[in-house]
Ligand binder design. Structure first.
Ligand code: PHB
Length: 403
C-alpha cells in the first residue's frame, strides 16, 4: 500500500538548485551529453520499508538516516534532487511482489530502497533481477541476496545473516560456554542467523542443546522461556528485533533467567530497543557491525546530527539508511547524475569506500558489505564496544555468480 507521496521540495536549498543548474550549464559548455537532462528531473527513490508492525521503528530509522544524508547534501545526490515515493510493506512477504511491482511499474521509481524483513527482501530481489531496477537493501540479511541471487543491480548496505551471527560462535566458546540453546522466529533471518551461529560455535567445539522457534511475528514467549529454564543450558543465543526484541528481553528478565542463564545474540536484540528494555537488557552481549560508542569522527558527527534532526539517538538502522544514500551518491556522481548509465553507476557503487559511522565500509564482489563485526555489551543503556570480533569480515557469498 502506498501511504504517502512526498517530494522533499523544502529540503532543497537554493544553493543546491543553483549548483545543479550550474553543473548542467558547464557540461553543455564542454559538449558532454545527458547530465543536463538527467539533472533537470528529480531522481525518484522508492522507499519500501515497514512503517507498521514489529519492525516499524526499524523502517522509520532507516528512512530518517537516508533523509539525514540527503539533507546534509542540500537535498541532492550527484546533482539530482531526490524525491521519495513511500510504501509500507508491513513486513509481509505475501504482498511484497505486488508492492515492489507497483513502485517500479506504476510509480516509475529510478531506484528502490528496501527492506527490513528477509522474506520480503527475497521477493524484491526477484523483481529487481527481472526488471533491472537498482535495488539497495538497507537491512534484510537474506543470505541469498548476495549469494545465489546476487546481481549487478542489487546492493546491500547492511549485512548478511551469516555475517553477523557466525562470529558469535567463537566469542561464546571462548567465554567458556559449551551447551547453548538458540531461540528465534521461524523465518529466513531467524533460521539463517541460527545456522551461522551454529557454524561458528560447533567449529569451535560447542554443542547446540535445542533450537527453539515460534512463527514471525509472534511474541508469546512464555512456553519457550519455560523450556529454557528446564534445559538449563550454559547460555542462550537469540535473534529477535524491534518490538519482538523488546518483549523477549523483558520477558526473559521477568521470568528470572537474567543473571542465571546469560543471554547473547546478534545485535538486533538490543539495537534501537534499549530505552524500552531498560534494566532487563543490562549486560547482554551481542555481535553487530556497529557499537554506539565507536570513537571516530564519522560516528560522532552522525550521532550528533541525527540527534539534532530527530531528537532521538541514532542506531544501526539509521546508520544503514545513511550509508545507503552515500552509496547511491557514489554511483550518481560517477555517472553525472544519469542513473540510466548503469555500468558507470553500478561500477562506482561496487568500488565505493565509505567512511561509515560503523567504520570502514566497502563491498564484496557480491555487493555485500565488507566490515568489522564488533562484540558489544549493554552498559547503562548503551551498546558499548567490548572488542572487535572480526575485522573486515566478508560474507563467503556462496553460490554468487555475478553476471
Ligand atoms: C531480517 O529479516 O533479515 C532482519 C530483520 C530485522 C533485523 C535484522 C534482520 O533487525
Amino acid at each position: 500500500m502506498t501511504v504517502d507521496n512526498k517530494v522533499f521540495k523544502d529540503s532543497v536549498s537554493r544553493r543546491a538548485f543553483l549548483s545543479t543548474a550550474a553543473m548542467g550549464a558547464s557540461s553543455l559548455a564542454f559538449g558532454l551529453k545527458t547530465p543536463a537532462i538527467a539533472q533537470s528531473v528529480p531522481l525518484k527513490v522508492g522507499v519500501m520499508l515497514p512503517f507498521s508492525g514489529t519492525f516499524a521503528k526499524l523502517g522509520q530509522f532507516i528512512e530518517r538516516g537516508f533523509q539525514l544524508y540527503v539533507d546534509e547534501k542540500s537535498g541532492a545526490l550527484g546533482g539530482r534532487r531526490i524525491e521519495f515515493v513511500r510504501l509500507d510493506d508491513e513486513s509481509k512477504p505475501e504482498t511484497a511482489t505486488d508492492n515492489i511491482n507497483r513502485l517500479v511499474g506504476r510509480d516509475k521509481v529510478d531506484v528502490v530502497l528496501g527492506t527490513v524483513h528477509s522474506g520480503v527482501a527475497m521477493a524484491m530481489v526477484k523483481v529487481a533481477r527481472d526488471t533491472g531496477v537498482p535495488l539497495i537493501i538497507p537491512n534484510a540479511g537474506a543470505d541469498e541476496a548476495t549469494g545465489p541471487l546476487c546481481a549487478s543491480n542489487i546492493f546491500r548496505t547492511s549485512f548478511s545473516n551469516w555475517q553477523v551471527s557466525q562470529p558469535m560462535g567463537k566469542v561464546m566458546f571462548d567465554e567458556g560456554y559449551r551447551n547453548v540453546v538458540t531461540i528465534t522466529w521461524r523465518y529466513a533471518a531467524g533460521t539463517q542467523m541460527t545456522k551461522g551461529f551454529k557454524e561458528g560455535f560447533e567449529k569451535a567445539g560447542g554443542k547446540i542443546v535445542e533450537d527453539l522457534t515460534l512463527p514471525f511475528p509472534e511474541v508469546e514467549f512464555q512456553a519457550l522461556i519455560t523450556r529454557i529454564a528446564q534445559l538449563k543450558p550454559d547460555a542462550v543465543f537469540a535473534f529477535f528485533a524491534g518490538g519482538g526484541a523488546v518483549k523477549f528481553v523483558t520477558d526473559y528478565a521477568a521470568a528470572g533467567l537474567k543473571g542465571k542463564i546469560p543471554l547473547y545474540g546478534t545485535g538486533f536484540l538490543t539495537d534501537g530497543t534499549l530505552p524500552a528494555q531498560g534494566a532487563a537488557a543490562e549486560g547482554i552481549r551481542t555481535t553487530l557491525h556497529y557499537a554506539d560508542d565507536l570513537d571516530t569522527p564519522s560516528n560522532r558527527r552522525f550521532l550528533q546530527n541525527f540527534k539534532t534532526k530527530t531528537g532521538e539517538d541514532g542506531d544501526i538502522y539509521a546508520v544503514q539508511g545513511y550509508d545507503s544514500a552515500a552509496l547511491l551518491e557514489a554511483g550518481l556522481v560517477a555517472a553525472g547524475g544519469d542513473i540510466q548509465a548503469r555500468d558507470k553507476v553500478f561500477g562506482a557503487m561496487a568500488m565505493a569506500q565509505i567512511d561509515s559511522p560503523r567504520g570502514p565500509l566497502s563491498f564484496s564482489v557480491a555487493h555485500n558489505p565488507v566490515q568489522n563485526i564488533y562484540l558489544r555489551e549493554v552498559r547503562n543503556g548503551e551498546n558499548v564496544l567490548v572488542s572487535t570480533a572480526g575485522s573486515a569480515v566478508a560474507d563467503p557469498a556462496r553460490g554468487c555468480k555475478m553476471g
